[in-house]
Design a protein. Structure first.
Length: 139
């Protein structure tokens, strides 16, 4: 086989592979349909005492992060990254980090603080019922 024939064959095979990936609805970081959708109904997250003033806590099973301001006010956001919908699963104090492309968010405001994400996290409603933090999609 000549060098030119081998190169052409590689080019064709690469094109077939890329076409197959695109046809399956894949992105650079996984299948689009495999990405979590976020909250669709209220969920009980845990005891109110789990989130101290000036801190935040991640609830990865529900893709939710809850922060508490110094005045005791709670805020909740979806942890689904607004760049390409990977679940952001690393929390350092009040900084949420997405593993897919490195976007970062401030979980006290939801604001994107590091690109590629530019849109804020989806805000959730949050309340305490009988000592339990409950988050829900905003109405
Ligand atoms: S999905 Fe790309 S940075 Fe989160």
């Amino acid at each position: 086989m000549s060098a030119r024939t081998a190169a052409s064959r590689r080019t064709v095979l690469r094109g077939v592979a890329l076409t197959s990936v695109a046809g399956l609805g894949l992105t650079a970081c996984g299948r689009v349909e495999d990405k979590p959708a976020g909250l669709t109904e209220p969920v009980e997250l845990g005891a109110e005492t789990e989130v101290a003033a000036g801190s935040a806590r991640l609830y990865p099973d529900h893709h939710v992060v809850v922060s508490r301001a110094e005045d005791g006010t709670l805020a909740a956001y979806s942890t689904i990254c607004t760049h390409a919908r990977c679940p952001a699963d690393k929390l350092e104090e009040t900084r949420l980090i997405c593993p897919c492309h490195g976007s970062e968010f401030d979980v006290t405001t939801g604001r994107a603080t590091r690109e590629p994400a530019v849109a804020p996290l989806d805000r959730l409603s949050v309340e305490v019922r009988n000592g339990t933090i409950v988050a829900a999609p905003e109405a």
